[in-house]
Design a protein around this ligand. Structure first.
Ligand SMILES: *Cc1c(COP(=O)(O)O)cnc(C)c1O
Length: 736
């Protein structure tokens, strides 16, 4: 079989030649890790402070690459000689190229300064040096990880990156399978694609057993064994995911165990699978749903990223299959509401997946993954129904670096859970005290304190290990260049059901064994995508090797960003006390009409969402007063306009003159009902009716820039300055 790039899949050229791809894990055992991992070394820096080592290393890798070319058959003639290189045409063409490049380099100065601690807007920031070096190296050699025939080294690196990410998530790196893809959207799609394939595999097995009168027994979700031929559709589609994945393999084992030769069983089953009306890949979902009358439902919170709707669309579920579960006041999925929605499913509806989000795109909220698992345990016991639990950690997956090496494999119920979370909160000790000056004359310092370590959040992060699949985006909190997402499967064998070669039949021991080091020949047959950059694997590998996914490595970045969010949140809630000071510092006569900033919730990760709200003076004190929502939205929108440059207008305003950046979002009744926002609406003094009519304009800040903590030591508190800036632009909007 050939893939789209015309490269044959399957055979491994390197193995045929007797050359084993090297595994850097084992080829450099003498490398000694440094005594410490200094965050200040990892990024270029707001002023390109680390430019010297960057230049040196970039030049080093290019020079090294040139040597490699020169030394590959050095006695071959030079094709482009000095005379040609110096010819007029050459010179002219290089000038032509350079002038184009310069045009674009000039244009790029209008690009947003994503690296800057002044940029607190979208989910993007600095790039790590190893991430960039890895990409450059990959770029030059240009491996295609679709197959190791064009990527002998980087396929191995990608497998290793998969193991590093799996270990970070708490999966067993030897039995899980994770790989790089273009991003969270693809990762979510692939996870649900594999889930779909796993769910219907037992149907083909049941059909085969019925046709051949085979008394093969399977374990249904409640753990009891029953002959597969007697299991109804609704129960069969709701097996525990790893049981469903094992059905065919176990069937082969049971048939060969009763004395029939493997090749005969294989041939028979292969033929049966090929023509089975339940062969999902061949017949399509529509045919199977029509045959069984089943209807898929995917549960995800109202905060879902829109890639979930895309996935339902592409997989043939239809976007109506997506059921949005209401959120609580912290924008976490309301698991009781989910329980109710599951109980209310029609008899023909089945759960195609439950998706828990770790780090919602808008609010950075973390769904209670542990409670989703408890709910699943409960459904298995009481209803003989399980479900595929997918964790969308595109944003927050890297928070697991906080637990690097420490994670408990199974989150316990009840008091045990409390104790575990308490221990982690203590061990992490994520807290910070800082002073702010509220005075308009003599210094008047107040000490504020922030800390991170909510037990619910910790429990949810620990329970990521119990999901069946997880999405993580290295190009977000991994600080590597686009495009790099990762999808990880706890039981690697599940991906057999989407492979282009059916290993579960042809090789009893196949499947996951083939993913173990060195045995897979490329990713093409196992995943959604085809040609894919080995450079992404190199970038992730170098980044995670040199900034390990532990609390002393990558966890340092995570820590600083979590504290930044808390600090920003604290400063915004403290704004009323800073009002007079900021006003005194504004170079205008008199005081602005009163206003303040109201965070929508205490941030769980490193995103802060807030609203700018006009207030009233009441005997010199700032009070909420009655303010129409339209006025609140107007003020927030004015702040946004002054703290952003719309992409389409960026040429009228070079980013260099924009001191701070913020992003925004809009809450609407169809996403978040007025009931789920009740607590927020009350704090804002907004009636549900007003909200339903107008929606709520929300300012949104990602605090993922790694420099905030360091900058403060260098004498500038960007988060404080950011709040001062927000004050100034809001005051101007109030005055106008
Ligand atoms: C960003 C994000 C995605 C989509 O990831 P891309 O890399 O942009 O495709 C999915 N889910 C969540 C929660 C995200 O934050």
């Amino acid at each position: 079989m050939k893939d789209a790039s015309g490269v044959a899949c399957g055979g491994t050229g390197a193995e045929r030649e007797g050359m084993k791809p090297t595994n850097p894990d084992t080829t450099a055992p003498h490398l000694v890790a440094p005594a410490a991992y200094p965050l200040t070394a990892w990024f270029l820096g707001p002023h390109a402070e680390n430019a010297v080592p960057w230049r040196e290393l970039l030049e080093h890798l290019f020079t090294d690459y040139v040597h490699w070319r020169r030394n590959y058959f050095p006695s071959d003639p030079w094709i482009v000689g000095r005379v040609t290189r110096r010819s007029e045409e050459h010179e002219a063409w290089y000038d032509w190229l350079t002038s184009h490049l310069d045009v674009i380099l000039g244009e790029l100065k209008y690009h947003f300064p994503l690296h800057s601690p002044r940029y607190n807007a979208h989910m993007t920031s600095e790039l790590s040096l190893p991430g960039v070096l890895g990409w450059f190296a990959g770029l030059l050699y240009n491996p295609n990880n679709v197959t190791n025939e064009v990527a002998p080294i980087t396929v191995q690196l990608e497998l290793e990156v998969g193991r590093m990410i799996s270990a970070m998530l708490g999966y067993n790196p030897r039995t899980s399978f994770a790989h790089i893809c273009s991003g969270g959207t693809l990762a979510n799609l692939e996870a649900l694609w594999v889930a779909r394939a796993v769910q219907f595999a037992p149907f083909a097995a049941r059909e085969y057993c019925r046709a051949h009168n085979i008394a093969y027994r399977i374990r249904t979700a409640n753990g009891r064994e029953r002959p597969i031929t007697e299991v109804d559709d609704r129960t069969l589609v709701a097996l525990r995911p790893h049981e469903a994945a094992a059905v065919l393999r176990n069937l082969v084992a049971s048939l060969t165990g009763s004395g029939r030769p493997l090749d005969v069983v294989s041939a028979e089953l292969t033929a049966a699978m090929a023509t089975s009306p339940y062969n999902l890949a061949r017949k399509g979902l529509g045919a199977i749903l029509a045959r069984t009358g089943l209807r898929p439902v995917v549960f995800v919170s109202a905060s879902a990223h829109y890639s979930m709707a895309k996935a339902c669309n592409v997989l043939g579920y239809g976007e109506d299959a997506l059921r949005l579960v209401p959120v609580n006041h912290r924008f976490q999925m309301d698991v009781d509401a989910l329980r109710g929605m599951i109980a209310a499913l029609a008899p023909e509806e089945y759960i195609a997946a439950v998706v828990g989000i770790v780090g919602t795109t808008e609010e950075g909220a973390v769904d209670p993954i542990h409670e989703l698992r408890f709910l699943r345990d409960e459904l298995e016991r009481t209803e003989d129904r399980s479900f595929w639990l997918h964790v969308d950690g595109a944003w927050g997956g890297y928070l697991r670096a906080l637990f690097g090496g420490l994670a408990v494999p199974h989150v316990p119920h009840g008091a045990g859970l409390e104790r575990v979370c308490e221990e982690y909160a203590k061990a992490l000790d994520l807290r910070e005290k800082f002073e702010v000056d509220v005075s308009t004359g003599h210094p008047d310092l107040r000490t504020l304190e922030v800390h991170w370590g909510d037990h619910g959040t910790i429990a949810a992060l620990l329970a990521v290990a119990d999901g069946d699949s997880t999405t993580v985006d290295p190009h977000k909190m991994g600080y590597v260049p686009y495009p790099a997402g990762v999808v990880a499967f706890r039981h690697g064998a599940v991906t057999e059901f989407v492979t282009q070669r059916a290993q579960y039949i042809s090789d009893e021991k196949g499947g996951i064994g083939s993913f173990e080091s060195g045995k897979i020949a490329g990713f093409g047959p196992y995943i959604l995508e085809g040609s894919k950059p080995g450079a992404a694997a190199l970038a992730c590998w170098l980044a995670h090797r040199t900034i390990p996914l532990t609390v002393d490595g990558h966890g340092k970045i995570v820590r600083t960003t979590l504290l930044s969010a808390r600090r920003l949140w604290r400063l915004l809630t403290y704004h009323q006390h800073l009002f007079d000071r900021f006003e005194a510092e504004r170079d205008v006569p008199g005081k602005s009409r009163p206003f303040t900033f109201i965070p929508i919730a205490e941030p769980e990760t490193n995103l802060v969402c807030f609203v700018a709200r006009p207030m009233v003076w009441d005997e010199g004190k700032m009070e909420a007063g009655a303010v129409p929502l339209a006025e609140i939205n107007r003020l927030s929108r004015a702040v946004y306009d002054s703290a952003s440059i719309p992409g389409s207008r960026s040429h009228q305003k070079p980013s260099a003159v924009q001191p701070f950046f913020v992003s925004r979002t809009q809450f609407e009744e169809r996403q978040y009902t007025a009931e789920s926002l009740a607590e927020l609406l009350e704090r804002l003094g907004v009636s549900p009716e007003e909200y339903r009519k107008e929606g709520l304009f929300v300012l949104r800040s990602t605090t993922m820039n790694p420099w905030h903590g360091e900058a403060e030591r260098a004498g500038i508190d960007y988060l404080f300055e950011f709040v001062r800036f927000l004050h100034t632009v809001a005051a101007e909007a109030m005055d106008s």
